[in-house]
Design a protein around this ligand. Structure first.
Ligand SMILES: [Zn+2]
Ligand SMILES: [Zn+2]
Length: 347
């Protein structure tokens, strides 16, 4: 089969890999659609570094069953997606206590580690049976591929208990920030502001009604404007979705005393923050990576039943051979797309 592999600094090659073989346990999928994620682009930017070279990316996949493995409820041709994590190891303390979502060995997920499971920028994929989910009839491939990026901000907004009366500030209007803003509104936040440097992305969020106000991340008076917009005392909740130093520092300064600050943006490199800001605010910073299995299913259901619209971010397709050009475009400052989907021929 053909698949993509990171071979060097900003180098993604299409190579030939062995097809996964049926083993009576794992489910084999023929990939149809896979969302291109910002984290894949970060890995590609670090492609000459150990740990990144050799990654076979892709983790927002939908496809059809080629071999159902041990899943007796699945048949060949069924449309499926899967949680892009590893199965719980069954051996660590968390697993022993039946807290499978907390198993640290699950983090070595699909398409993120050179020595972890291969990702889904590839024609075929195999995974543990308990991670596989049937895609409901009537749900588009593109909707099902959006469950994954939608589930992390869902987990954060739900865990922070954002609701009516709250004033929320989101940093970053990429897919994660956009969903963070949309979930905040979904759960009833009164006001959602967004800080973004890319004008297209910011305006898109305004247009679709995710946010009440847009702030230019390059504005030298940004902090004063944010404090004013919060009513003077800072925001109740701040969701940092850029994974960069300056936004995190501004996020802390723009929050109220004891505010909850979610760190959702992934950074592959160290970021710096002035801890005195956090100390003065007695800020409660919490990081969110991924989601529980139940949250993944909740998001899938909300999208499938059209209670939560994700198609507004779907901005085009690319083929496997075009994927590196697509990375370059998504990485460029003039990018005017939010989510591009890798599509394989369906026959
Ligand atoms: Zn992703
Ligand atoms: Zn475990």
């Amino acid at each position: 089969m053909k698949g993509a592999i990171i071979t060097d600094l900003k180098k993604l090659e299409i190579q030939e890999f062995p097809d996964p073989k049926p083993d009576g346990k794992n489910v084999i999928m023929k990939v149809q659609t896979c969302g291109i994620c910002g984290s894949d682009i970060h890995m590609w930017e670090l492609g000459d570094k150990p740990g990144y070279k050799g990654i076979r990316p892709g983790h927002e996949h939908v496809g059809i069953v080629v071999d159902p493995g041990s899943r007796t409820d699945l048949k060949v041709g069924d449309r499926i997606t899967s949680l892009p994590v590893s199965a719980p190891c069954g051996k660590c303390t968390a697993c022993m206590e039946h807290r499978y979502d907390d198993c640290m060995n699950r983090i070595k997920g699909v398409g993120n580690f050179a020595d972890g499971p291969a990702g889904t920028y590839a024609e075929y994929f195999f995974t543990a049976p308990n991670l596989v989910r049937k895609v409901p009839d009537g749900m588009l491939n593109e909707e099902a591929a959006m469950v994954e990026p939608c589930a992390t901000p869902y987990s954060a907004v739900k865990d922070m208990n954002i609701r009516r009366g709250d004033k929320v500030l989101v940093f970053g209007g990429g897919i994660i920030g956009s969903f963070a803003a949309q979930w905040s509104k979904y759960f009833g936040a009164d006001y959602v502001g967004m800080v973004e440097v890319n004008e297209f992305r910011g305006k898109k969020n305004l247009e679709v009604g995710n946010i009440d106000e847009l702030f230019d991340g390059k504005d030298p008076e940004l902090l004063q404007k944010l404090i004013k917009a919060s009513g003077g005392k800072g925001f109740d909740y701040v969701l940092e979705c850029t994974g960069q130093s300056q936004p995190l520092n501004t996020a802390i300064l723009a929050s109220k005393m004891y505010a909850r600050i979610a760190i959702i943006g992934v950074s592959a490199q160290p970021i710096l923050f002035n801890n005195i800001y956090a100390l003065f605010k007695r800020a409660r910073l919490q990081a969110y990576l991924c989601y529980t299995d139940a949250e993944f299913d909740e998001v899938m259901n909300l999208i499938a039943t059209k209670k939560f619209d994700v198609m507004r971010y779907y901005s085009g397709d690319c083929k496997l051979e075009e994927i590196e050009d697509c990375f370059k475009y998504l990485h460029s400052p003039e990018c005017q797309k939010v989510k591009i989907m890798l599509q394989f021929p369906r026959d």
